[in-house]
Ligand binder design. Structure first.
Ligand code: RFL
Ligand code: PHB
Length: 392
């Protein structure tokens, strides 16, 4: 097989890139190692920045998003038994965020691609990328029981945090900056209407808790748990009791409980690869960087990466100029480092330190009090949460 842009990974980054390239007349092939059902059901992100929503609409993937997405005008910060609303439009000149599950974005993009879009192969596992420093890199992959090759002008690794594309960067060509956090998130999906209208980020007695949602009838909730936690040690009743304790406030508020339909534990880490390109290989999305989910930035960064890349490829296709493509890593990393810093600060501000450092706990409260007392501090949080502009 031969194509202009070989894309490894059919998650949000790979599928959106394929869609954007297709619309500018550039041919590409997407190789996805899992089945269609698996990628469409994988529970992950839910909070979309305005720019992400705009990008999905602009490429024709906005129909269901417009009908089913829940527009949110802020979040609630909960600590010390108090509730504080952060008003996004008021603090950012009108910006909002939207709840629309990653599973639904993937379904929308897959169905557009299978309906006359570029080739998308499921159960096609990339094994290696060869020749990224030469003129025609080749992706070797396994499909239907045999090894095949895809020759490309360029390869984009959109294969997530456990993919193989980053391994094709020769030692010394790119550096990984990483940070591990001493806690994980236990996430549940529950068939119960959300107990809130906005997301609640709570710094509770026993640690962090987040109340999110997927629809007016489905809630998504997370609890900070120690690294290495086995979800089997958290029967549903224990999860609900702990959530209720961490969300407890002075005054009237109740956490509604319902049947739990999914439960999993995710470790938290930050990682940035710099640069995000070597020769004819580009990395985008989680293949290039990981953020802890506290800032809700992972999917949004994947989308902004591929928007930059798609514009670079479009310029090359149109005019033969690689000016923008050559700036990809620099442009993308400017945004990536800001989101990495924001996610890190949100994480450190809201999670209980396992060694219960009393001084650190007071620092967390001082940060939260500043955000709720100062319009400037709140505006800074709102600007990052709703998404910094993408400077192309
Ligand atoms: P993905 O989604 O991991 O997709 C990578 C795809 O590559 C495939 N693959 C391969 N294909 C072929 N050959 C190989 N050798 C391959 N190896 C892997 C995989 O099967 C997969 O289909 O990466 P992508 O596209 O970069 O998208 C990134 C996002 O998925 C991720 O950043 C977000 O889910 C992070 N995230 C959140 N981001 C937000 O912006 N807002 C949120 O509210 C939010 N909440 C979250 C999150 C992530 C979470 N977890 C589970 C990590 C909440 C959680 C709990
Ligand atoms: C989610 O809805 O899954 C979600 C929302 C906000 C976050 C993380 C996850 O910060």
């Amino acid at each position: 097989m031969r194509t202009s842009v070989g894309i490894i990974g059919g998650g949000p980054a790979g599928l959106l890139l394929a869609r954007l390239l297709h619309r500018t007349g550039i041919d590409c092939v997407v190789l996805e190692s899992r089945t269609r059902a698996y990628v469409e059901e994988r529970q992950r992100a839910g909070m979309l920045e305005q720019g992400t929503v705009d990008a999905l609409r602009a490429c024709g993937a906005g129909d269901r998003l417009n009908a089913e997405g829940l527009v949110h005008r802020g979040i609630e910060l909960r600590f010390d038994g108090e509730r504080h609303h952060i008003d996004f439009p008021g603090l950012t000149g009108g910006r909002t965020v939207t709840i629309y599950a990653q599973t639904e974005i993937v379904k929308d993009l897959v169905s557009l691609q299978l309906d006359g879009g570029p080739t998308l192969l499921f159960e096609a596992q990339a094994l290696a990328v060869d020749g990224v420093e030469g003129g025609e890199p080749v992706v070797r992959f396994l499909h239907e029981g045999r090894e095949r090759t895809l020759s490309c002008a360029y390869v984009v690794g959109c294969d997530g945090s456990h993919g193989i594309a980053s391994a094709a960067l020769p030692a010394g060509a790119s550096r990984a900056y990483a940070h591990e956090y001493p806690y994980s998130w236990l996430g549940i999906l529950a068939d119960v209407p959300p107990s809130c209208e906005e997301l609640i980020y709570a710094r509770g007695e026993g640690g962090f808790a987040l109340h999110s949602m997927r629809s007016p009838s489905v809630s998504r909730l997370y609890l900070q748990v120690p690294n290495g936690t086995d979800p089997a040690d958290w029967p549903d009743e224990r999860v609900w009791d702990e959530l209720a304790a961490r969300f407890a406030v002075d005054g009237d508020w109740r956490l509604e409980r319902g049947p739990v339909t999914a439960k999993s534990v995710t470790p938290m880490r930050s990682l940035v690869r710099e640069p995000m390109r070597h020769g004819r290989l580009f990395l985008a999305g989680d293949a290039a960087h990981i953020v802890p989910p506290t800032g809700a930035k992972g999917l949004n960064l994947a989308v902004s990466d591929v928007r930059v890349l798609a514009q670079g490829f479009a310029e090359l296709h149109r005019s033969g100029s690689s000016r923008l493509l050559d700036r990809y890593s620099e442009v993308a990393l400017t945004r990536v480092w800001q989101a990495t810093r924001f996610s890190y600060d949100m994480t450190k501000m809201l999670h209980a330190q396992p060694d219960s450092d009393a001084f650190e706990a007071r620092m967390q409260l001082a940060r939260l009090r500043r955000i709720t007392a100062s319009r400037t501090a709140a505006a800074e949080l709102a600007a990052h949460y709703t998404g910094l502009p993408l400077a192309l």
